[in-house]
Design a protein around this ligand. Structure first.
Ligand SMILES: [Fe+2]
Ligand SMILES: [Fe+2]
Length: 199
């Protein structure tokens, strides 16, 4: 269980070794890192709601808190195409070049993250129909803590290890251009910068 100071210190962000500054807007890794920044902003807000819920004796003190958490969880679930662009385009391209290890690990992490996001969504939307407020807040606390720590570690690994590795092994501009087109086909989401699509 996280303490009431929160996991916020885990969410401070270094910016992926300057990838945002080094890469042009529209480069698919620039897009992925930009999305990470937005996801981390949302995680800070989710952590804030978690802390607020822990201070309430009864939900009536702040009925909106659960509703806001549900909206945040819903928004976080809209990052699915971010994961698909990574799995189907970026890490698939690395696999073609003989770097297979990370894809498997990343796919498993995406699965766990998806499960935790859905669990948070369930707890904040229908949880109270089945369980007491005290039980719900403690399950939200535990789920949020796991979600934030796993997602922050995941983002950190991608920004500082896997994306820089991809930039090294995929060294021809034509491959990056065709990968971006494949990303366009998968699509973008509410976290994506305007420069994401090549169209
Ligand atoms: Fe990922
Ligand atoms: Fe990512």
């Amino acid at each position: 269980m996280a303490d009431q100071q929160g996991t916020t210190n885990l969410i401070e962000y270094g910016g992926g070794e300057g990838l945002l500054e080094r890469l042009p807007k529209g480069h698919l890794i620039h897009t992925l890192v930009s999305e990470h920044v937005q996801i981390l902003v949302l995680l800070r807000k989710i952590d804030g709601i978690r802390i607020k819920l822990l201070t309430l004796e009864v939900l009536e003190e702040d009925r909106d808190a659960l509703d806001i958490l549900r909206q945040f969880a819903e928004r976080l679930l809209k990052t699915e195409n971010h994961h698909l662009r990574e799995e189907w385009v970026l890490f698939a391209e690395m696999e073609k070049r003989g770097i297979a290890g990370p894809s498997e690990v990343i796919r498993k992490e995406h699965e766990l993250l998806r499960h935790l996001k859905k669990r948070l969504m369930g707890l904040s939307s229908t949880g109270l129909k089945k369980k007491s407020f005290g039980t719900i807040t403690s399950e939200i606390d535990e789920t949020t803590d796991r979600l934030i720590s796993n997602l922050v570690a995941h983002i950190h690994k991608e920004d500082y290890v896997l994306y820089p590795a991809a930039l090294q092994v995929i060294d021809d501009p034509a491959s990056w251009a065709s990968m971006r087109e494949r990303c366009d086909q998968i699509g973008y989401g509410p976290f994506s910068p305007e420069s994401a699509s090549s169209k």
